[in-house]
Ligand binder design. Structure first.
Ligand code: BGC
Length: 762
């Protein structure tokens, strides 16, 4: 389709009509010009295609589909290929069902464990979230189906999600809340983005021109169209100017008419509308040109894939005395209603109508020696004495006990936040009571976000099962019985208490104002800096084998920030089982004069599979961004010259190997000299310093200390004033001290001249 030509043939009314949906899930058509409507559907971990009775809250049914593991689980795989494979399957499903755009991935940063939608989000770490998002986008789009990366941006809470303003400083936005979107745009080349409900620093995302146009399109070079989250439009005319192309769902023509009127009254240009229309049509045509409704959808195959993927995502958190893997022939008691009715997905718009669900009990039917007792009711927090008694009896008789516990649907969902990190009291009570009658307790958790584990010291094994999709049971069995060696690593820190979390004092905000006061210190960036003990650190996860690291090598010891550093490290499987290791590379800036920096930040990860005794080499390449912070002085990434440690870590708090590299920054931060500029800050600017030195030669006093040459100081004074103190006093002295302490040798006019000369010097 020649889109320019079509636009030139459209009436203004027709153009404006395309700026909003035809209904809940479709864009509009203009039949006389051959413009076809396309369908969009949630997303992100399955297909929630609704025929009629549409809603965006997961209330009404959608077609029978396959629920893949949620992002809390898939991101724990630290495996780009895994999410890509899932994306390919999702893309095929969309093609089969004539869905042009899958509404995902959802990649907001997990700022607090309380966010009701954390199960759908990827990580607390922007680099990990970005890499995984880009791969998922690539997987889906490889099938000529679009993605809608959401919720752009800074939508890290559900509380007041439609009215709240995320108050975030520039550096924190750039370093924490935007990079995952940047990767989805630059690396993933996402076809569309979905603007968030919330405002950022007082400006709602739908009308945020800086976000939608300056950053997304101009800086990141994205050709995506932006649609609104469902009902996120606050001002449609301002939205058109900001770069919000499509309003979803339909507003029944109300807002199209508002835009039409604005063009007719000359408040906006017709070309502003054209730009939106062109972006929408261009992207939709990508799908229409490659629509393949004959693509087969083998649900059985995707069910199996969902199980295989899930097994790669589970995180083994504790394994004392080799309690795991379970061995065939052992008498195993499985306790907990979740074993029969797994919680495998979260509530809300991502809710999939699964065509089949395989529970743990379904998956272990062929294993002998297993007993099951319900133990508790999912629907209640109260202990049911009879159920608990029966479960404890089963526990007494067994060699080992697997207790399936976690969060019921009502505890976490889209639309609201959690109030605490606890699982229901009856489940905690069952675990404690079982631990008193059997020494071999394994807890398998179903949850979308961290929970308190008050019983941790009294159980031998813990598996973080997350919300692992409709075939969770198969994945759980595979890991429990060692058919798959667990290789998931936490994509988020598991804190001990809610009170320990970085944003405990401000999460949720006051009224509609949510101040992100912890700044860049989100997740492990906070826990490592503050040395706050955690239950399990970011990146943590055990295996049934062991890995040793050796031979860390950097291809250079010194470099400019415009060069690329290549890092290699050898990893050996030193145990007796085949397994996969997630090799994690963090960069640590030893010292920064400019900003507070985290102790270390993840800048590379690779998953490697090794047979027992086998050694493999993992290679990373690091560019400027790996060393940079966002400087608010130049509104850009900036590398400060200095020594950086390249750390190969088992997780965010355990460094295994480290090697230094000296990086020379090639950008300079501009300095505008004023009377308040202090001497210390001038030292990095030799040309300005030279002007100052010349000027000072003409004066006799020391403008920093007030000491003049002919005032000999007494011995007592010399003792009281240490070298450090003199250095500090000189360093911190502002230029205006040249007037106060030179005995009238410099006046305001002199100082102004000196400052002007310094500002003129490069
Ligand atoms: C959610 C989006 C979702 C949309 C359509 C909204 O309430 O925030 O993530 O894609 O509904 O269901």
């Amino acid at each position: 389709m020649d889109i320019q030509k079509v636009i030139s043939e459209m009436t203004l009314e027709e153009k404006c009509s395309l700026l909003s949906g035809a209904d809940f899930w479709h864009t509009k058509a203009v039949e006389r010009l051959g413009i076809r409507s396309v369908m969009v559907s949630d997303g992100p971990h399955g297909l929630r295609k609704q025929d009629d009775q549409a809603d965006h809250l997961g209330i009404n049914d959608s077609i029978k589909a396959v629920c893949f593991p949620a992002a809390c689980a898939t991101t724990s795989s630290f495996d780009r290929n895994l999410v890509r494979r899932m994306g390919e399957a999702l893309g095929d499903e969309c093609q089969h069902e004539r869905v042009a755009i899958n509404l995902g991935p959802a990649i907001n940063i997990k700022r607090s464990p309380l966010c009701g939608r954390n199960f759908e989000y990827m990580s607390e770490d922007p680099y990990l979230a970005g890499e995984m998002a880009a791969s998922l986008v690539q997987g889906i789009q490889s099938r000529n189906v679009g993605t809608s990366v959401k919720h752009f941006a800074a939508n890290s809470q559900e509380h007041r999600r439609m009215s709240s303003s995320s108050e975030i400083d520039e550096r924190t936005l750039r370093e924490i809340y935007l990079p995952a979107f940047e990767a989805a745009a630059k690396k993933g080349k996402a076809w569309t983005f979905m603007c968030s409900y919330n405002a950022i620093n007082g400006v709602h995302s739908d009308v945020n021109r800086w976000l939608l146009t300056e950053v997304l399109r101009k800086e990141w070079g994205s050709d995506a169209y932006v649609m609104s989250d469902w009902g996120a439009v606050t001002d449609r005319v301002a939205g058109v100017l900001a770069g919000l192309d499509l309003e979803m769902p339909s507003s029944g023509g109300v807002n199209d008419a508002v835009v039409l009127k604005a063009v007719r009254e000359g408040r906006i240009q017709e070309s502003d509308v054209d730009a939106c229309v062109e972006r929408i049509l261009t992207i939709n045509q990508r799908y229409l040109d490659h629509a393949r409704p004959d693509t087969p959808w083998d649900k059985e195959k995707d069910h199996e894939l969902a199980g295989q993927l899930a097994a790669e995502c589970l995180v083994l958190l504790k394994n004392e005395n080799g309690v795991l893997p379970l061995k065939k022939g052992e008498k195993v008691a499985i306790l907990g209603e979740f074993a029969a009715k797994p919680r495998f997905q979260g509530g809300g718009s991502s809710h999939i109508n699964s065509f089949r669900v395989t529970s743990l009990l379904d998956a272990v039917k062929d294993i002998s020696g297993i007993t099951y007792a319900q133990g508790y009711r999912i629907s209640s927090d109260e202990t049911d004495e009879a159920l608990e008694r029966e479960a404890l009896e089963a526990a007494r008789q067994a060699d080992k006990v697997v207790i399936v516990a976690g969060l019921p649907d009502s505890y976490e969902s889209e639309g609201y936040d959690r109030k605490h990190m606890r699982i229901p009291a009856n489940q905690n009570a069952l675990i404690e009571a079982a631990a008193a009658v059997n020494p071999n307790i394994i807890v398998l958790l179903y949850n979308g976000s961290p929970v308190e584990m008050p019983w941790l010291a009294r159980v031998q094994g813990v598996i973080e099962g997350y919300l692992a999709g409709q075939n969770a049971g198969t994945a759980n069995r595979a890991v429990l019985w060692g058919e798959v060696n667990p290789s998931g690593r936490l994509a988020e820190t598991m804190p001990i208490r809610l009170e320990d979390t970085p944003c405990y004092l401000s999460y949720g905000g006051e009224g509609n104002t949510a101040v992100y006061s912890e700044g860049v210190f989100v997740g492990y960036r906070y826990y490592e800096k503050k040395k706050v003990p955690v239950q399990f650190p970011f990146g943590f996860g055990l295996s049934y084998t062991t890995f040793e690291y050796s031979n860390l090598r950097l291809d250079r010891e010194r470099m400019k920030d415009t060069e690329i550093l290549t890092v290699k490290v050898d990893v050996t499987n030193t145990g007796s089982a085949a397994g996969k290791e997630v090799v994690q590379l963090y960069v640590s800036d030893r010292e920064s004069d400019e900003v507070f920096r985290p102790v270390r930040e993840l800048k590379g990860f690779e998953k490697i599979e090794l047979q027992p005794g086998e050694t493999g080499t993992v290679t990373f390449t690091l560019d400027q961004r790996a060393f940079a912070f966002w400087s608010v002085r130049i509104h850009d990434w900036y590398v400060e010259t200095g020594v950086f440690d390249i750390q190969i870590c088992r997780n965010a708090s355990e460094v295994i190997l480290s090697a230094p590299v000296t990086v020379e920054g090639t950008k300079t931060l501009p300095l505008t000299v004023t009377e308040d500029t202090i001497f210390m800050d001038l030292r990095k600017y030799p040309a300005k310093m030279a002007v100052l030195t010349e000027a000072r030669k003409k004066m006799r006093g020391n403008p920093a200390t007030g000491e003049t040459e002919d005032q000999g100081s007494s011995d007592a004074a010399q003792e009281a004033i240490t070298e450090d103190m003199t250095a500090a006093m000189e360093g911190y002295a502002p230029l205006r001290n040249m007037i106060s302490f030179t005995g009238g040798q410099a006046n305001h006019e002199d100082l102004k001249q000196i400052i002007d000369a310094m500002n003129a010097a490069e």
